[in-house]
Write a protein that binds this ligand. Structure first.
Ligand SMILES: [Zn+2]
Length: 510
């Protein structure tokens, strides 16, 4: 039994155009061309591995030589002598050449010399050259010579994963077809069908994971399915596939990102340890986190890209992502993406991936914390404590004289009243200031601020202050002098003024 086992990818290889997976455009164009007798002398198929280039080449060879019709047919019978021999790779007139092992010019000349002779059993002599980009320059030249004046009975079918390495002179003589990456849904349908034929259980979640891991390649996906069937004895569920792929399930990834963005370093690093100890491949984990970032960005409310039906997340997970999105900016997401992209190469180059990943997690947490450049610029418009110098202040008892808002800020700073200092600097627009009275507009309107400041002022100056909060409209009538005073009070502006002796505030734009 063991010895007779055929791998799924070969067993379920497409035998005709109709059964090619996910290549509808190519199939339509090729069958129309064949049906109308427009047959080119050279074709080139390109696309990632496992999308069906060689299968298509063989189907085309059958279409050209099927005995069920007296001319080329888009529907080869797959039963006649020619069809069967071609499918088995044993037809005398259909040569399959692996360019990787025939790179030399002598090899190529020998092969091309034989092209001059008429086919033995078929209508056309077909040369299928796989991975054609591997040929040497001289071999390409020899091929080009034949392509320039091809004998009427010869058809070349070239296949390559790297079309850019094929000389333009060759390309210009070929009809080119690009085989698309097969979409996840199409792969899933195919894998489900294969599982049914094989009478094995394949859960929908497991199928989804396999189809995504296949990354557009039918062959890669079927190899994974093969492996999963062998490991589970035919009961392929999500857990088994996750184990096999050394992958962490999406729910865990979503929660991990949530922990990182919540800013709890310990929790995040513990979670990473847990994931790592469960045997996760860190490269895969990073790729899953990037997938998360991509989708979180797509789901970001301001982008209005609300079509998330193709996202890999369950409704619950999407809800979590939505909640996380409420706490971070689009800008943060974009910077997270940048750091993750850079980490891909770092991780590959690192001799200790776990260390590298620990540091990545910490970096991501800092990004979530950091204001963006526009946010920073905005902050500079209003006074904000930059640094509070460590200065021991002698206790002066109830003798403070405060005449301007600048003096008040200085005193708050000296007394290390960081909360009041910061709030005053950030949220207040001073309309009037004299010793004992402040008229101001409070942008934020925290009710505890007024009483705290009043208490502090009375303690320090020994008298009761009138703190009058006004509305924005009243405040807008303030003269520009007040605004100017306020701006001059900004420590950052003050520093700048000190730096440039002749500096003067001329214009204030908001
Ligand atoms: Zn046939």
């Amino acid at each position: 039994m063991e010895n007779n086992y055929t791998v799924l990818a070969r067993k379920y290889r497409s035998q005709d155009f109709e059964s090619l997976i996910g290549q509808d455009v190519l199939v339509k164009t090729l069958t129309t061309a064949i049906n109308t007798g427009r047959i080119a002398h050279a074709y080139i198929f390109t696309g990632i591995r496992g999308t069906g280039k060689t299968s298509t080449a063989r189907i085309l060879a059958k279409a050209l030589n099927c005995l069920s019709s007296d001319h080329a047919t888009a529907h080869p019978c797959c039963q006649c002598e020619n069809c069967r021999a071609i499918a088995a790779g044993q037809h005398i007139d259909v040569m399959e050449i692996d360019a990787a092992s025939h790179t030399g010019v002598d090899n190529m000349r020998e092969i091309l010399d034989a092209a001059l002779y008429r086919p033995t059993n078929a209508r056309y002599k077909v040369y299928i050259i796989d991975e054609v980009h591997m040929l040497s320059q001289s071999a390409f030249n020899a091929l080009l010579k034949t392509l320039e004046e091809p004998p009427a009975h010869v058809i070349f079918i070239l296949a390559t994963t790297e079309i850019r390495k094929v000389p333009v002179t060759i390309l210009s003589r070929c009809q080119r077809f690009d085989l698309a990456r097969v979409p996840v849904e199409t792969l899933k349908k195919h894998f489900a069908w294969v599982a049914e034929q094989e009478q094995v259980e394949l859960s929908d979640g497991a199928n989804e994971l396999l189809a995504r891991a296949a990354d557009g390649s039918v062959r890669d996906g079927l190899s994974l399915l093969d492996q999963a069937i062998a490991q589970t004895g035919g009961h392929v569920d999500e857990g088994a596939v996750l184990d096999m792929l050394k992958r962490t399930d999406r729910g865990t990834v979503v929660n991990f990102m949530k922990t990182i963005l919540s800013g709890d370093v310990n929790a995040a690093l513990n979670k990473l340890d847990e994931i790592y100890n469960n045997g996760a491949d860190l490269t895969m984990l990073l790729s899953d986190m990037m997938e998360w970032t991509h989708w979180a960005t797509r789901m970001y409310p301001s982008l209005k890209l609300q079509d998330v039906t193709s996202s890999p997340y369950t409704a619950d997970q999407r809800e979590t992502i939505k909640k996380i999105n409420e706490t971070i900016s689009l800008n943060t997401l974009s910077r997270i993406w940048q750091v993750m992209t850079a980490a891909v190469t770092e991780l590959q180059a690192s001799s200790n991936q776990k260390q590298c990943f620990d540091m990545l997690v910490i970096r991501l947490m800092h990004i979530a914390d950091m204001p963006s450049i526009p946010e920073l610029l905005k902050q500079q418009e209003t006074p904000k404590p930059v640094q509070i110098p460590e200065r021991k202040v002698e206790e002066k008892k109830s003798t403070l004289e405060i005449n301007t808002s600048q003096e008040l800020l200085e005193k708050l700073q000296e007394n290390r009243e960081i909360v009041l200092y910061s709030y005053f600097g950030t949220n207040l627009e001073i309309s009037e200031f004299e010793n004992g009275k402040i008229v101001y507009f409070d942008r934020k309107g925290d009710p505890t601020f007024q009483s705290s400041l009043a208490k502090w002022l009375s303690e320090k100056t020994g008298k009761n202050w009138v703190l009058q909060r006004i509305e924005k409209s009243e405040h807008q009538q303030t003269t520009s002098e007040h605004v100017k005073e306020e701006i001059q009070a900004d420590p950052m502006v003050a520093d700048a003024m000190k730096l440039f002796e002749d500096a003067e505030i001329i214009n204030i734009s908001k």
